[in-house]
Design a protein around this ligand. Structure first.
Ligand code: AMP
Ligand code: MN
Ligand code: MN
Ligand code: MN
Length: 276
């Protein structure tokens, strides 16, 4: 069974429409999938319906950006109610913060002599519940000839500490756990190997209700998988996993290239039933 619970669409910084993503999932032989766009559920319904027509089970998913000691902490929510009013209001706020940040980055790029046109992204962000961020700024930089790829734009300008980096403020991980639980979901710490939170801090988040660690991820080498699998066992949490596919040509990666082992999928699903 191929089970990929970390996928992006054009509702955030992915390049596939919901229908295209489901086509790729079918081609990759997926049994279960979750679209996990950043701070929006705009693609969830369409993915679920297109997936069902192809015999693939799609569960609700999201990747929420929390902030902890000035560090971005990505948190994955699953199985939650996509119409939960409190969750939707929170996500609207998250996207407004993203728009404000992108506008500040755009002003900074202007000062650096690299004007970009973000108007198409900003229109989509308000009209279609799309969430924008640095990847779209990177795309605008590529379009304007200031960078050759997303990777290049991040490495030279947009990444932490670079000249066009703007800090963000945001919700604490604890508050994100609470909001997703209130919407009857389970929550997993995304790519802990990339985020690099101290084990002690992860332990505190587990005490605050964190349900799972994303043990399986395209950025995790075998040692990192082993390390976080052991930490999950030690802390008594579940495991999640997925490719984090964005369709970004500067990162060759396919839908289903990282799969959650079926025994851990079954445990996650059972836990979700308990939150209902
Ligand atoms: P933001 O949501 O504005 O904080 O941007 C973070 C997103 O940018 C992540 O979800 C990644 O998809 C993407 N990203 C981060 N680092 C890089 C990189 N070096 N190259 C390409 N994309 C990146
Ligand atoms: Mn992303
Ligand atoms: Mn992430
Ligand atoms: Mn992601």
């Amino acid at each position: 069974m191929v089970i990929d619970l970390h996928l992006h669409t054009v509702a955030s910084d992915g390049r596939s429409t919901p229908a295209e993503l489901v086509d790729l999932a079918a081609a990759g032989g997926l049994s279960v999938m979750a679209v996990t766009d950043h701070d929006t559920v705009a693609s969830c319904r369409e993915v679920k319906e297109a997936a069902r027509a192809r015999g693939i089970e799609a569960i609700s998913g999201i990747e929420i950006t929390a902030v902890d000691s000035r560090r971005d902490v990505h948190m994955l929510g699953y199985f939650f109610d996509i119409d939960d009013p409190a969750l939707l209001a929170f996500l609207t706020g998250q996207r407004q913060t993203r728009i404000a940040r992108v506008e500040r980055i755009s002003r900074r790029l202007n000062e650096l002599g690299m004007p970009v046109d973000l108007s198409p992204f900003l229109t989509a962000a308000t009209a279609r519940r799309q969430s924008i961020g640095r990847p779209q700024v990177a795309d605008a930089m590529v379009a304007a000839g200031h960078a050759v790829s997303r990777r290049d734009a991040f490495q030279r300008w947009l990444g932490a500490g670079r000249a066009a980096f703007i800090e963000r403020e945001g919700a604490t991980p604890e508050s994100v756990i609470e909001i997703v639980h209130a919407a009857h979901g389970v929550i997993s710490l995304a790519h802990p190997g990339r985020t690099g939170l101290a084990d002690q801090r992860i332990r505190q988040l587990v005490a605050a209700g964190l349900d799972a660690l994303e043990v399986y991820h395209s950025d995790h080498d075998p040692d990192t998988v082993t390390r976080y699998a052991a930490l999950a066992d030690r802390l008594g949490t579940l495991r999640s996993g997925g490719s984090d596919f964005h369709g970004d040509p500067s990162y060759p990666l396919t839908v289903g290239s990282v799969s959650l082992p079926s025994e851990h999928w079954e445990r996650l699903r059972t836990a979700a039933g308990r939150h209902r």
